[in-house]
Design a protein around this ligand. Structure first.
Ligand code: NG6
Ligand code: CA
Length: 515
C-alpha cells in the first residue's frame, strides 16, 4: 500500500476515534449524576419545609422549595437496616428474614449475586461510591477487622466505599475504606464481640465514672470517647473515630468524591449519621438549635448538606445532578442515652401531625421527608404521589435506560420523581421490627399483632393491637379513628390485596425485635 493511502486510512481511523471520544464525552456530560442523600432517623416534621418552626434547616428547605417536596414519601421500614436493604436492592425487606437491625459483626446482608442500585449504575457506565453509614453487614461471619474485609459494599456494586460498619452507637467505632480500617496500627489489632467483654476492659455498666454521656437503656458495653456503646471492642486506639468530627469527616469524603469524579457520570450514596444516637454535634454547633443535641445535630447535618451542595455548584455540576434526599426511618427522642432530646424538645414536633415514630407501624415510622432536586430540570412543586425508597432502583434505572435484573418490588416512578406527573404507587407494604402493614391509596391497614402498644423505653406507639386497624389518611392523617368496623367491605378487600403480596402468615410473627 502506498504511504499516502495508508496515511489516509490511518487518518480516517483516528478521525473516527476522536469523533467517538468527543461523542462519548458530550454523552457523559449529558448523563446526570445521581446523589442519594440519606438521613438517619430524621422525622417528617424535622425539616422547615415540612412544617418545622422551632428548628431552622435552610439548606434542606432550599431543595424542598426549589425541587419536589413529596408529602407521601416512604422509607420501606421503620428501622435502618431493612430500609437500606430495600433502597439498594429494590426488594421488600420482609422477603429476607435477616433484614433486621444488625449488630456490627453481622455478615453482609445483600447477596453478592443480587441486583443492586450501584450495580445497575455501574452497568450504565457510572462510577459508584458510598460515603457514610452502611449497616448492612460485612464479611461472611467472623470478620477479621485487621485484614481487608470482604465481601463489603464494593462486592455489591460500589467502586468506592468509605463507611462506618453499622451505627454510631455500635462497635467497631472506626472508618472503613474499601474494606480496610482507616489508620489501623497493626500492633494494636481490633477485636469485636457482641456477647462477651474482653478481659479488663471497662464497660458503661460497670464504669459509670468514665462516661461523658449516660446510657438510658441498652448501650452499656464498651466505652469509646466516654460514650458507652452496643457491643464490645478492644484495640484499634488510633483508628477510633472522634464522634464530634464525624459529620465533617464524612462531608469531606463526599466532597472529595465529587471533585475526583466530576468528569465522569457518578452515583453517590451519601448516608449521614444524624440525628441517630449518640448525638454528638461538633462544638461549633453545640447550642445552635436551642433544642439540645438532637436539634443541634440536625442543624449540623443541614450545614453539611449545604456545604456539599456548594461543592456541586463550585465544580459546575449542580445542574447536571439529580439529588434525592430522604431518611431511613421516622424520628425517636430517647433512643437509649440521656441526651436532653426529650427535656429540651420545647414546641418542636419531629413527627409533624403523624402518629408513632421510629419502630412503629403508624405513619411516623415510615413516612419521611422525601425530596427530589435537579437544578434547571425539575420545576418546584409539592407532590402527593405515594413514592417509596424501594422504587429508586427501577426509577433511576429508567433514568439511565436500564431495567433492573431479577425479581424486584421496585416500581418505575421516574415521571413522578421528576415532576412530570403525580402518579405514584397504588399500594405499599411497610415494615417495622418484623411486622408489616399495608397502604393502599389513602387507606392504611394494620393487621393485629401481639406485643405492647407502647415501646415504653422510647415512648413510641408501635401500632400493635389485637384487632385490625383501618384508617382513612385523607381525613385522619393522625390515625386517631380506627374505622375498620364501619367499613367491613373495604377492610376485607384490603386484607385480600395485602395477603396477595405478603402471604397470609404475617399474623404469626411473634419474633419481634423489640419486646
Ligand atoms: C436499637 C438501639 C437503638 C438504635 C437502633 C438502631 C438499644 C436499646 N436500642 O436496638 O439505640 O441503635 O437499634 O437504629 O440498643 S437504626 O436507625 O440503625 O435502625
Ligand atoms: Ca435509622
Amino acid at each position: 500500500m502506498k504511504l499516502y493511502v495508508w496515511l489516509f486510512f490511518v487518518g480516517i481511523l483516528f478521525g473516527c476515534q476522536s469523533q467517538t471520544k468527543t461523542d462519548e464525552q458530550s454523552e457523559d456530560k449529558k448523563r446526570p449524576n445521581v446523589v442519594v442523600v440519606y438521613m438517619d432517623d430524621l422525622g417528617y416534621g424535622d425539616v422547615g419545609a415540612y412544617g418545622a418552626t422551632e428548628l431552622k434547616t435552610p439548606h434542606f428547605d432550599r431543595i424542598a422549595n426549589e425541587g419536589i417536596r413529596f408529602t407521601r414519601g416512604y422509607a420501606s421500614s421503620a428501622t435502618c437496616t431493612p430500609s437500606r436493604f430495600a433502597l439498594l436492592t429494590g426488594v421488600y425487606p420482609w422477603r429476607n428474614k435477616n433484614a433486621k437491625i444488625l449488630p456490627g459483626t453481622a455478615p453482609l446482608l445483600i447477596d453478592t449475586q443480587q441486583e443492586t442500585l450501584p450495580k445497575l449504575m455501574a452497568r450504565a457506565g457510572y462510577h459508584t461510591g458510598i460515603v457514610g453509614k452502611w449497616h448492612l453487614g460485612l464479611g461472611s461471619g467472623n470478620v477479621d477487622w485487621n485484614t481487608r474485609v470482604s465481601p463489603r459494599p464494593n462486592e455489591v456494586g460500589f467502586d468506592y466505599s468509605y463507611i462506618m460498619a453499622a451505627t454510631q452507637d455500635r462497635v467497631p467505632t472506626v472508618y472503613i475504606e474499601n474494606g480496610d480500617v482507616v489508620n489501623l496500627d497493626p500492633n494494636d489489632p481490633i477485636s469485636v464481640d457482641y456477647k462477651n467483654n474482653f478481659e479488663g476492659e471497662p464497660t458503661g455498666k460497670d464504669n459509670p465514672e468514665l462516661l461523658k454521656m449516660k446510657w438510658h437503656h441498652g448501650h452499656n458495653n464498651s466505652i469509646v470517647n466516654g460514650i458507652p456503646r452496643i457491643g464490645f471492642m478492644k484495640g484499634g486506639e488510633k483508628a477510633k473515630w472522634k464522634d464530634e468530627d464525624m459529620a465533617d469527616h464524612f462531608l469531606k469524603e463526599a466532597q472529595d468524591y465529587v471533585v475526583q469524579h466530576k468528569d465522569e457520570p457518578f452515583f453517590l450514596y451519601y448516608a449521614f449519621q444524624q440525628p441517630h444516637v449518640p448525638r454528638t454535634p461538633h462544638p461549633r454547633f453545640v447550642g445552635s438549635s436551642g433544642l439540645g443535641p438532637r436539634g443541634d445535630v440536625i442543624v449540623e447535618a443541614d450545614y453539611c448538606f449545604g456545604e456539599f451542595m456548594k461543592t456541586l455548584e463550585e465544580e459546575g455540576i449542580l445542574d447536571n445532578t439529580l439529588i434525592i434526599f430522604t431518611s431511613d426511618n421516622g424520628p425517636v427522642l430517647n433512643d437509649g442515652y440521656f441526651d436532653d432530646a426529650v427535656e429540651k424538645l420545647g414546641n418542636h414536633n419531629p413527627k409533624g401531625q403523624l402518629r408513632g415514630g421510629k419502630y412503629s407501624l403508624f405513619e411516623a415510622g415510615t413516612r419521611v421527608p422525601f425530596i427530589t432536586y435537579w437544578k434547571g430540570k425539575i420545576q418546584p412543586a409539592v407532590s402527593d404521589a405515594m413514592v417509596c425508597q424501594i422504587d429508586l432502583l427501577a426509577s433511576i434505572g429508567a433514568l439511565v435506560g436500564l431495567n433492573p435484573e431479577g425479581n424486584i418490588d421496585s416500581e418505575n416512578l421516574l415521571p413522578a420523581l421528576l415532576g412530570e406527573n403525580e402518579i405514584g404507587r397504588d399500594d405499599l407494604i411497610i415494615e417495622a421490627t418484623s411486622r408489616t402493614a399495608y397502604r393502599q391509596g389513602d387507606w392504611a391497614l394494620i393487621p393485629p399483632y401481639k406485643g405492647p402498644a407502647l415501646h415504653k423505653a422510647v415512648n413510641i406507639e408501635l401500632g400493635n393491637d389485637s384487632k385490625y386497624q383501618l384508617y382513612d389518611l385523607s381525613t385522619d392523617i393522625g390515625q386517631q379513628n380506627n374505622i375498620a368496623a364501619q367499613h367491613p367491605d373495604k377492610l376485607e378487600s384490603m386484607i385480600k390485596d395485602f395477603e396477595a403480596i405478603r402471604g397470609d402468615d404475617y399474623g404469626k410473627i411473634q419474633d419481634l425485635e423489640l419486646k
